[in-house]
Design a protein around this ligand. Structure first.
Ligand SMILES: Cc1cc2nc3c(=O)[nH]c(=O)nc-3n(C[C@H](O)[C@H](O)[C@H](O)COP(=O)(O)OP(=O)(O)OC[C@H]3O[C@@H](n4cnc5c(N)ncnc54)[C@H](O)[C@@H]3O)c2cc1C
Length: 232
């Protein structure tokens, strides 16, 4: 048996955090446009992106398109094997049980954590059904049953709780590591792909990618995250 304790572990509710990020960005005067980028052309003097709604020119671009990164960088000298991975989640009603830390099993697919509301969020990589890139994945009933049954075995005191919501979302897998920094032969295109665990890694990956966009090089120890490892 083994365990790891992270004293300053934190957790966030993405519904709240994403809305706050958006509000903060708008407050800083950042313009947000929603579009599907279908082509990216790298020129000596800048980048031209073709979207379904408009064309965009920029001195540099940061690609933070997760599973979409491979398709976006095709033809730019790299072959980034980004894949969409549909995953399942559950949340229970609030309970008396206190789970003060993230529970993650070393061998079985499960994570669980508790919100301040007392509700327990149960996930850990159970599959959902891919319905294409234009819609969210569908919940697979067997994943829900397997996931919550395993949770109840690990933490028997939550076994009687009702699951009040399940949902599925799209995770991204690449090669197990983040992809950060400029493309080897098109340095105006900068990657910012955390890979899975992107909520945990996102702020750090974003900071590193932003530094690259402002002209800094990746540090020696961060070079293994460079997209150069996928040079075609
Ligand atoms: C069920 C589930 C549970 C998770 N639990 C955790 C957890 O507990 N802790 C943790 O750290 N992480 C967790 N993750 C992973 C985390 O959610 C992701 O790693 C993180 O959201 C990645 O952030 P991102 O901004 O890089 O990519 P995303 O949030 O995936 O955003 C990428 C965006 O790019 C868009 N896009 C793609 N291609 C294009 C294109 N051509 N043009 C325009 N837009 C495009 C996509 O539509 C998407 O909106 C979980 C993921 C899932 C699905």
């Amino acid at each position: 048996m083994g365990a790891e304790l992270c004293h300053d572990e934190g957790k966030l509710n993405p519904l709240v955090a994403n809305a706050r990020l958006r509000t903060t960005a708008e407050g800083l005067g950042i313009e947000l446009h929603t579009d599907l980028i279908v082509g990216l052309e790298s020129r000596p003097d800048g980048i031209e992106a073709t979207g379904k709604r408009a064309r965009y020119s920029a001195d540099r671009v940061v690609i933070a398109a997760a599973w979409g990164a491979g398709a976006l960088t095709q033809g730019l000298g790299v072959d980034i094997p980004s894949r969409a991975e549909p995953l399942h989640m559950n949340i229970t009603e609030a309970c008396e049980t206190q789970i003060g830390h993230l529970v993650q099993h070393a061998e079985r697919s499960i994570t669980l954590k508790q919100f301040a509301s007392g509700q327990v969020v149960i996930g850990g990589g159970w599959a959902a059904r891919d319905r294409g890139r234009d819609t969210v994945p569908a919940v697979v009933p067997a994943s829900m049953l397997g996931n919550v049954a395993l949770a109840a075995r690990l933490v028997p005191s939550i076994g009687g709780l009702r699951v009040i919501r399940t949902w599925a979302g799209m995770n991204t897998t690449i090669d197990g590591a983040s992809v950060i920094g400029p493309l080897p032969s098109h340095d105006r295109v900068i990657m910012a792909i955390p890979g899975d665990a992107g909520y945990t890694l996102g702020p750090l990956v974003a900071r590193m990618a932003a530094a690259c966009a402002q002209g800094s090089d990746l540090t020696e120890e961060a070079r293994r995250f460079s997209p150069a490892r996928f040079a075609a």
